[in-house]
Write a protein that binds this ligand. Structure first.
Ligand SMILES: Nc1ncnc2c1ncn2[C@@H]1O[C@H](COP(=O)(O)OP(=O)(O)OP(=O)(O)O)[C@@H](O)[C@H]1O
Length: 278
């Protein structure tokens, strides 16, 4: 079972102490004359929501592109579980259990919600086409298991009323939720959220925030989130890494980061000082 019956431990305050699932070590990535990442290191712990923030061009998307195998850095190491990710192609990294959502929705707009989610499970078809003919019974059982898993995700993300609608007809916020569901459908071990609330209105943002917290708290799934909306990051993240010009300038809890003078100066600007919550 995928989502609801998953037996992962609920999120606890111990995330900081557990063994990291992801290690990004001294990564350097350059493009003809531009250094996108200049010695970036961080770890993500089991069950942790780790956010990356920074101004435009700071290197946030480059981190995601390295993690998902789109870019290969010139230096450094990236380890996920026991595996070295560098040099692996995107589909091989996806197979290891890293799923990603995109800034711009990447779904099949003329297919239904259910069909888009089924496509998210393509790693879970253990039989090739020929084998499926030979072992039709097993393939059918497999198909039924995939359908059950997809229905659990529909339920978890409250998509029931839209499940048979073509995705292209749905409100933007719901489409972003379907994209999140597609990423969950692959049963990832790490989820990368690329600006999950970009372009959303307040209600859609609040819904998405709730689902992100449910994923962390109910499924214990570690996440890396890039997001511009400072309030959301401060509210949701366990730890935040603040990037500037390809380098982390501070990594810590929202409180640590919000009160760090370098962060306030370099990124937020004095006039945008984050007011600490009581
Ligand atoms: N494929 C590429 N070719 C050349 N330069 C690139 C490429 N990808 C990123 N860069 C450069 O690397 C730097 C970091 O870019 P990146 O997209 O990672 O920043 P970002 O923090 O995600 O910015 P934004 O918030 O605008 O998305 C920028 O100077 C960018 O122009």
């Amino acid at each position: 079972m995928v989502v609801v019956t998953a037996t992962q431990a609920r999120h606890s305050e111990h995330t900081q102490e557990s063994t990291p699932v992801l290690r990004f070590e001294d990564v350097v990535l350059g493009f003809e004359g531009v250094t996108a990442l200049n010695g970036v290191s961080f770890t993500v712990n089991q069950g942790e929501l780790f956010a990356v923030i920074g101004p435009n061009g700071a290197g946030k998307t480059s981190i995601f592109n390295v993690l998902s195998g789109v870019y290969r850095p010139q230096r450094g190491a990236v380890r996920f579980g026991g595996e070295d990710l560098l040099g692996r192609r995107p589909h091989a990294i996806a197979r290891l259990g890293i799923a990603r959502t995109f800034q711009n929705i990447e779904l099949f707009s003329n297919l239904t919600v259910l069909d888009n989610l089924m496509l998210g499970r393509h790693h879970h078809h253990p039989y090739g086409v020929l084998a499926a003919f030979a072992w039709l019974g097993k393939a059918q059982r497999n198909e039924r298991a995939n359908r059950r898993a997809v229905e659990e995700i529909v339920d978890f993300l409250e998509l029931t009323q839209w499940r048979r609608f073509p995705v292209g007809l749905l409100p933007y916020g719901v489409q972003k939720r379907v994209e999140l569901g597609r990423a969950l459908a692959s049963e990832p071990k790490l989820l990368l959220l690329d600006e999950p609330v970009a372009g959303m209105n307040l209600e859609e943002t609040e819904d998405m925030a709730r689902f992100i917290l449910d994923i962390r708290d109910d499924l214990g799934l570690p996440m890396v989130m890039v997001e511009h909306q400072m309030g959301l990051v401060m509210d949701l993240a366990d730890r935040i890494m603040v990037m500037d010009f390809g380098k982390p300038i501070r990594t810590g809890t929202p409180k640590d980061v919000a009160t760090d003078p370098d962060v306030v100066r370099a990124y937020l600007g004095e006039e945008h000082r984050v007011v600490e919550k009581p």
